[in-house]
Design a protein around this ligand. Sequence first.
Ligand SMILES: C[S@@+](CC[C@H](N)C(=O)[O-])C[C@H]1O[C@@H](n2cnc3c(N)ncnc32)[C@H](O)[C@@H]1O
Length: 304
Amino acid sequence: MTTEPDFRTPALDALAQQVIPREHFVFSAETARDHFFNDTRMLDAKQWVHNAFRTNPKSMVDHMIDNLRLAGGEDLLDLGCGNAFILEHLRPHLATGSITGLDIAPAVLTAAADRLRGTATPCTWIEGSADDLSMLDADAFDRVLANYMIHYVPDLDRCFTEVRRVMRPGGIFHLTTDRPDSMLEMYDVHFTALRAMNAPEHLFKATPKGRLSLDNGTDLLSPYFDDVEKVMWQDQLRFTEPGPFMEFYRVGHNHCCASSEPDQRLDEAFFAELRGRVREQVVAAIAAYGYFAVTKVTGTFLCR
Ligand SMILES: C[S@@+](CC[C@H](N)C(=O)[O-])C[C@H]1O[C@@H](n2cnc3c(N)ncnc32)[C@H](O)[C@@H]1O
């Protein structure tokens, strides 16, 4: 039997108390559709780094496969399916089932369709928002996924009511999100740099996943489902060179959301200085410890 690695230390927990702001960023579905996911660059940067630099031998997809308990013939709906990176891995476990991917952003939906084109599992791609599933029949799916996307959905009440409607009795709604202090070291170097630059106060906010995180998700989901089980796992990304981390920070995370929306007060010189200051800290950590660590605390709500 393998045990899950535990990377969190009392020192990291204490640091989290100091570093992670209470208020979190909030982004609209339109911003997600028109800015973050109008191409696949953000998803590509994240997926590459989360996989190539992980130290937990079990990947995110391995954890999902455990959680989903697929027999092979299930009908699966993926809300906010992105470029189908996850679906590509799940597909062989649905050899006699079906896949329906729904996403608000046409660009990533096209990438998803291209990725799974020609595979034996029937796939349907729907452009739409996860809080309007009116195009889908009741009791149509055995599994419904919402991975790292629920914080963008405008109407959570309508979304969960709709998920309940389209999910068959005995099905599983699999919602994956983070704890607000996941990737703490990235936020630490980011906020340290912002403070040194006397940056505007509105940039000192936590991840938008704070809207429905591993901390508050049980309370938010319980009114809609009979049983809500939380399954957590950790990972630690380790970077021995600054380049891949800086790509992850700039493209994958829009400088911890500081560059997520156009802001005339923040020009390219501001972000160049910010990256320089973040990079300095990453280089210093690599010199001191051999690598720069980014500790993830992530997980899934299994709702039945
Ligand atoms: C961080 S990505 C996650 C993609 C995929 N689930 C994964 O984990 O690789 C978030 C996705 O949610 C989509 N999205 C944002 N708001 C949405 C909404 N209201 N309804 C459906 N999809 C949405 C985005 O276009 C994007 O593809």
